[in-house]
Design a protein around this ligand. Structure first.
Ligand code: PGA
Length: 246
């Protein structure tokens, strides 16, 4: 299994920005990156980015999806439509959605299941807050989120997990090898708990990953890529992360 570097633009960007950064990344991707590279722009930019990425190895992802296939859900986007527009991935359960929109593990699980039904690969996010970490609850939080957020139908071939310690997101604080490796090992064990094969499970790390720290993070045991926020808005820095894959 190769590495996956996914850029999560969050609520940033514009049509002009999308054109500019995809042009820059397209040129870089001409030198066949070793890793799978995905861009996850805000929903209104998906079509723009999909068109710009045509003919490149860079793929598309969404930042969220709804659990229903269609219906009366104002403001939401279905996994089916995301698939149709060209997405390969859908991030679900990002800590910002868990915090800003009160998303529970049960909801995240339904969203991930919907993504799988639509033929998308869900990137299911888990991670503890600063307070939970201080209280020594990291293991318990990861266990609760993994057991509650990963649908029964998920397999190593169809889903990706992202470990994103909330205290490291957008803060410039990066987790150390000692923070990352045990949690990644725990995530793999929890994935196997439901009687699933877990060998080769893709587990990304996310939280202030940038060009300067990517090599150290990507070399950690059990890390198979990165979910990148801030640094994905800069073509140069983002590509430094892509080329840091071992
Ligand atoms: P960051 O965000 O790289 O800006 O810390 C990571 C994420 O939230 O996916």
């Amino acid at each position: 299994m190769g590495y996956l570097i996914a850029g999560n633009w969050k609520m940033n960007g514009s049509i002009a920005f999308a054109r500019e950064i995809t042009a820059a990344l397209k040129a870089k991707a001409a030198h066949a990156p070793k890793a799978t590279v995905a861009l996850c722009p805000p929903a209104p930019l998906l079509a723009e980015v999909a068109a710009a990425l045509k003919g490149t190895p860079i793929v598309l992802g969404a930042q969220d999806c709804h659990f229903a296939e269609k219906g009366a859900h104002t403001g939401d986007v279905s996994a089916t439509l995301l698939k149709e527009i060209g997405c390969r991935y859908a991030i679900v359960g990002h800590s910002e959605r868990r915090a800003d929109h009160g998303e529970t593990d049960a909801l995240v699980q339904r969203k991930a299941a919907a993504a799988l039904r639509a033929g998308l690969t869900p990137i299911i996010c888990v991670g503890e807050t600063d307070a939970e970490r201080e209280r020594g609850e990291t293991g318990a939080v990861i266990a609760r989120q993994m057991r509650g957020s990963v649908p029964e139908t998920a397999t190593v071939a169809t889903c990706v997990i992202a470990y994103e310690p909330v205290w490291a997101i957008g803060t410039g604080k990066t987790a150390t090898i000692a923070d990352i490796e045990p949690v990644h090992a725990q995530i793999q064990a929890l994935f196997a708990e439901a009687g699933r094969a877990s060998a080769g499970l893709a587990i990304l790390y996310g939280g202030s990953v940038k060009g300067s720290n990517a090599a150290a993070i990507l070399a950690c045991r059990g890390v198979s890529g990165a979910l990148v926020g801030g640094a994905s808005l800069d073509a140069e820095d983002f590509w430094r992360i892509v080329t840091a894959c071992p």
